[in-house]
Write a protein that binds this ligand. Structure first.
Ligand code: FUB
Length: 323
């Protein structure tokens, strides 16, 4: 279905919005896209981001969107190599913890933590990444007194280089009828700075209880997001090379999640990436596309629209193309 959408921040190219409500206000934690001369490739070398901004608003469809400026940059991170991809942020005891994927000096994605006293930063990075961390695309969910981190992405996201949380000698991407590579979920330590356990796979299963196959265009690729609605957990994600945003529903934040459908059909641009948040009684889908840059996949623009549930809790599919 076609719905009214808004480009949230036309002044700059930003993508991968992670959105939370802090102090009754919506805070948007996007990636900050940069022009790049590299050839586009499956490794994502064209996504050369070097810093993060924070945006905020109290009316996503019509209100003013404030840019709080650059809150963290590559040169401030001691272990930095290149590429600051999708981050997320959460609050605990009045401190704000930003989790960001960044390649280290060996070109391996690790997950860093940076801390602020306010949701709009500035964020001060920890000297080292989370011990044992790997891959990218982070979402943090508050669950009771604790916090869960979801992460992982294929191809340039490097998830195929790991099995059982250990680096493989050679990357392995399942094919055909093999179960698709899953996203990962892990509890954070009380101080929010490390993983408190071994990450576990996030299973997306069909109505018969079988994991989605590697060849299924609806299987997980990257951009995990989890939100709650009517007591259920909604795990949503990008399918990458089939360019969809899909979702699955479960009773437990660790899964399994039963596949339910498509949230957003393909947009202009290779990537699609989102977050879903309830605010002032409405549910919003934040995402990005590459219409304003004339289709350059590495120059994306933030968008927002309302999302509608059916009575049975399923989500109405939104058209990614507006014209
Ligand atoms: O922005 C860089 C990467 O592109 C993200 O990490 C992916 O989710 C995709 O949007």
């Amino acid at each position: 279905m076609k719905v009214k959408k808004r480009y949230l921040f036309p002044a700059d190219y930003m993508a991968d919005p992670s959105v939370h409500v802090f102090n009754d206000r919506l805070y948007i934690y996007p990636s900050h896209d940069w022009e790049c001369e590299n050839v586009e490739n499956d490794n994502g070398d064209q996504y050369v981001m070097k810093d993060y901004h924070v945006l905020s608003t109290d009316d996503p469809m019509n209100g003013e969107v404030i840019d709080h400026g650059c809150v963290l940059k590559l040169e401030d991170i001691p272990w930095a190599g290149r590429q600051m991809w999708d981050n997320d942020c959460h609050e605990k005891d009045g401190k704000y913890y930003m989790y960001f994927p960044l390649k280290d000096k060996c070109d391996i994605f690790r997950i860093g933590v940076a801390i602020a006293d306010r949701p709009e930063g500035p964020f001060i990075p920890q000297p080292d990444p989370i011990r044992g961390s790997y891959s990218m695309d982070i979402c943090v969910l508050k669950e009771g007194d604790g916090y869960l981190m979801y992460f992982g992405g294929l191809w340039g996201g490097q998830l195929q280089r790991y099995k059982d949380n250990k680096a493989l000698e050679s990357a392995y991407l399942p094919e055909g009828d093999e179960p698709a590579l899953p996203s990962r979920v892990v509890k954070l330590t009380d101080d929010m700075l490390q993983w408190a356990e071994e990450p576990k796979p996030v299973q997306v299963i069909d109505e018969d209880g079988n994991p989605l196959k590697a060849s299924d265009p609806h299987r997980f690729f990257e951009a995990s997001w989890v939100h709650k609605h009517n007591g259920k957990y909604y795990f949503s994600y990008s399918t990458g090379d089939s360019h969809l945003l899909c979702y699955a529903i479960g009773d437990n934040p660790y899964g399994p999640f039963t596949y339910k459908g498509v949230i957003l059909t393909p947009v202009v641009g290779w990537t699609t990436h989102h977050s879903i948040v309830e605010y002032k009684g409405k549910t919003y889908l934040f995402h990005h596309d590459s219409v304003p840059s004339g289709g350059k996949s590495w120059l994306r623009s933030l968008k927002v629209c309302e999302l509608t549930y059916n009575e049975d809790g399923t989500i109405q599919t939104i058209d990614g193309i507006d014209e």
